[in-house]
Design a protein around this ligand. Structure first.
Ligand code: COA
Length: 338
């Protein structure tokens, strides 16, 4: 007899609720002028960022993620007890272990969920969506709570002017479920290239270079990045992934109602826009207010787009991301939420 576990037919998967949370504390470019040798104008011209949010001492990736999760669950009309699986995408977990998803579970009372973290840097939400899709479409679980959350300020070298201007803290969450009448995810193109790992990384604190007096003295517990190289790869990789996803489902940019690009740098978004085409109004931008929030970036933007009335049932949404690894990708879904 065939194993019943493998007899499920695939179900359409959609986002039934979103939520986001950013800390109250705003750090403006003018504030950064007092910390490093930079100017508001330089940051604005080179990145498009005006300000970012910085978590307080008692705010962690899990507490921000939990608040975003509560808002997403309320939006979906789902109780915490109904959640089967919590995935937290992050590069700034509360601790190396236990996983941050377990802390979120405890905070929101999702007593029936199993929980794990997923590390795909700034592409965490798209990678997480792919994983959630497999769980829900197969019928293995009904409800996934997917969170992208970061306290990037905790791994930021506040004396490195080429880095500290770029990032901010925040969290976003999505409830992923199946709906009979939903079209769901139309295409996804996820890629990685470990050969380029050294261009964007946090060298110390893992098993390769455990914490020591020397690693702390050398500031190896902070992010390191070759900005120019990352910039070039980000543009090429995100453009290629988006084109691949479009061709997979036979769509053109004309068919896309909204593009949610990773909110890293306005110049990167413009360069992608030049290559992909499509009306500039379609490219959602909130990086001026938050900077790059890594794994939270795409889902915070998606939540803001949904809440500000930019998304309607039937809209095709193209999400594009890129991060350290390198890991990148593009996902196209049909929005089904009214
Ligand atoms: N303020 C003023 N000057 C700065 C500065 C700052 N905050 N940061 C760097 N500079 C200086 C550099 O020291 C350099 O000076 P030099 O020519 O005397 O050496 C000059 O500005 C140009 O630096 P460069 O690195 O070529 O600038 P850039 O145009 O590439 O912009 C980044 C730098 C970091 C903004 C840009 O490379 C970038 O956004 N890269 C991608 C980063 C990213 O998105 N990473 C995350 C991906 S998930």
């Amino acid at each position: 007899m065939k194993n019943p576990r493998y007899q499920q037919t695939l179900r359409p998967v959609c986002i039934t609720g979103t939520g986001s949370f950013v800390p109250d504390r705003i750090m403006t470019n003018q504030d950064l002028e007092k910390i490093v040798d930079t100017t508001d104008q330089w940051i604005l011209d080179r990145t498009g960022i005006r300000e970012r949010r910085i978590a307080g001492e008692q705010e962690f990736t899990s507490t921000m993620g939990a608040e975003a999760a509560r808002r997403a669950l309320a939006d979906a009309g789902v109780s915490p007890e109904e959640v089967d699986l919590i995935i937290v995408a992050t590069i700034t977990p509360d601790m190396v272990f236990p996983n941050t998803a377990c802390y979120v579970q405890e905070a929101i009372g999702a007593t029936h969920a199993f929980c794990f973290d997923l590390e795909a840097a700034c592409s965490g939400f798209l990678y997480g969506l792919e994983v959630a899709e497999q769980f829900v479409s197969s019928g293995r679980v009904d409800t996934v709570l997917l969170i992208g959350a970061e306290k990037i300020s905790s791994i930021t070298d506040w004396s490195d002017r080429s880095l500290c201007i770029l990032f901010g803290d925040g969290a976003g969450a999505a409830v992923i479920q199946s709906r009979e009448d939903a079209t769901g995810i139309l295409a996804s193109s996820l890629k990685s290239d470990g050969g380029l790992a050294s261009l964007l990384q946090l060298p110390a604190g893992g098993s390769r270079l455990p914490a020591s007096m020397e690693t702390v003295a050398q500031k190896l517990h902070y992010m390191k990045m070759d900005g120019r190289e990352v910039f070039k790869h980000a543009v090429t990789c995100m453009t290629t992934a988006a084109k691949d996803a479009l061709s997979q489902c036979g769509l053109t940019m004309e068919d896309i109602a909204l593009v949610i690009p990773h909110q890293a740098n306005m110049r990167i978004i413009k360069a992608i826009g030049d290559r992909l085409g499509g009306d500039r109004e379609k490219y959602f931008v909130n990086l001026d207010r938050y900077g790059n929030t890594s794994a939270a970036s795409v889902i915070v933007a998606l939540d803001e787009a949904a809440r500000s009335g930019r998304l309607h049932p039937g809209d095709k949404v193209l999400m594009i991301a890129f991060g350290g690894g390198f890991v990148w990708g593009a996902t196209i879904l049909e929005w089904s939420k009214a």
